[in-house]
Design a protein around this ligand. Structure first.
Ligand code: NAD
Ligand code: IPM
Ligand code: MN
Length: 362
């Protein structure tokens, strides 16, 4: 039987709570298919591990992860460990070392999720963000000069390489072409007179190779406004690491809330494992209460199924989430329900079972 080896890094705060439900869903899908199974290996890395060992992961952690088909991650970062240490030594380290340069974040308002805006139709909120995930504003390079002195200066460098910029833009064009949708580039060349001038230039160059893809380009400030005022303008969207980070939290607010926003960190060449995770963090304010919304993590499980070539099951998982939202009686408090994290996961698996037994999914 086919086996997918998945490394689970549940991480901090609500991470383990939501990951449990995602694992439940993946196991249910595999059980109902019976042609493949998941072999999950849990890694105890995160802020508690740091408190005990003075590091966020094992020294050879990246080596250990290399042999997996995918990584499933909950959340990283918790009060007590400075965020730049916990994130750079675990989450960002994995994204970088495994060259997961494509971050796919759907901003799609599912059936049953609450419409957040007046005068906007459900189908108007259907974007696919493709965020550059390996360099840009997240190069990690910088300098702290004259620390503590009157003339202290801190530099944080952005790096936009030809290779890094071209490959993400090309990936976005390929996606837009395949899906028959428009492609919007979001940048900021009026103020960022090197990086974003370069970004726009590369976008224009690559666009010549895709005459069939209709394009648009916005400055990031205007894009933030237009995502609220006129979201249907945005279909496939490509943007830099930092802009993509910020705009996809805005997107989450448009598409059912942060508890429903999923992301896939993809290494398209498949030289290394890709990583699937919700886009939210460890939510220290609600951690340990069993009330975190697991739907974002479950949606990212659907992305993992797509990645493994089981798009039909990826679709079933999304349909199950929609069905749960339409029913509306088992939801967590962020969606105005009274359900617990595990009740939501249980209900999703029940619905999956129902869908898969009543349709010929394969
Ligand atoms: P956050 O996403 O953890 O929380 C923001 C708000 O959203 C909080 O009110 C929280 O309760 C709520 N929320 C988040 N996820 C939820 C869910 N599944 N269900 C219900 N409510 C949810 O962002 P933050 O507070 O800015 O960050 C907390 C920590 O997480 C920080 O250390 C940050 O660096 C880290 N972080 C990690 C990741 C990641 O691992 N991918 C992503 C973002 C933030
Ligand atoms: C995200 C997160 C991370 C990011 C942080 C935790 C480093 O906010 O995945 O959206 O900025 O990429
Ligand atoms: Mn973020």
């Amino acid at each position: 039987m086919k086996q997918f080896k998945v490394a689970v890094i549940a991480g901090d705060g609500i991470g383990p709570e939501v990951i449990n439900e995602g694992v439940k869903v993946l196991n249910k899908v595999a059980e109902l298919d019976s042609g493949f199974q998941f072999d999950f290996t849990y890694f105890p890395w995160g802020s508690e591990f740091y408190a005990k060992n003075g590091k966020m992961m094992d020294d050879n952690g990246i080596e250990q992860l290399k042999e997996f088909d995918a990584i499933y991650l909950g959340a990283v970062g918790f009060p007590g460990v400075p965020d730049h240490i916990s994130l750079w030594d675990l989450l960002l380290k994995i994204r970088k070392n495994f060259d997961q340069y494509v971050n796919i974040r759907p901003v799609k308002l599912l059936k049953g999720a609450q419409l957040p805006l007046v005068d906007v139709k459900r189908e108007d909120i259907n974007m696919l963000f493709i965020r550059e995930n390996s360099e840009g504003e997240y190069s990690g390079a910088g300098e702290w000069l004259f620390k503590g002195k009157e003339h202290e200066v801190v530099l944080q460098n952005s790096v936009f390489s030809r290779k890094g910029t071209e490959r993400i833009i090309r990936y976005a064009f390929e996606t837009a072409k395949k899906e028959g949708r428009t492609l919007t580039s979001i940048s900021k060349a009026n103020a960022l007179n090197y990086s974003m001038v370069f970004w726009d230039q590369v976008f224009d160059e690559v666009s010549l190779e895709y005459p069939e893809v209709e394009t648009a380009s916005y400055l990031v400030d205007a894009a933030a406004m237009l995502m609220i005022k006129d979201p249907k303008r945005f279909e496939v969207v490509v943007t830099s690491n930092l802009f993509g980070d910020i705009l996809t939290d805005l997107g989450a607010a448009l598409a059912g809330g942060i508890g429903l926003a999923a992301g896939a960190n993809i290494n398209p060449e498949r030289n290394y494992p890709s990583m699937f995770e919700p886009i939210h963090g460890s939510a220290p304010d609600i951690a340990g209460k069993g009330i975190a919304n697991p739907l974002a993590t479950i949606w990212s499980a659907s992305q993992m199924l797509d990645f493994f070539g089981y798009e039909m099951y990826g679709k079933v998982v999304l349909e199950a989430i929609e069905q749960l939202l339409l029913e509306g009686d088992v939801l967590t408090s962020d969606m105005k329900g009274t359900g617990s994290t595990s009740e939501v996961g249980d209900r999703v698996t029940e619905i999956i079972k129902y869908i898969m037994s009543s349709n010929d999914v394969k």
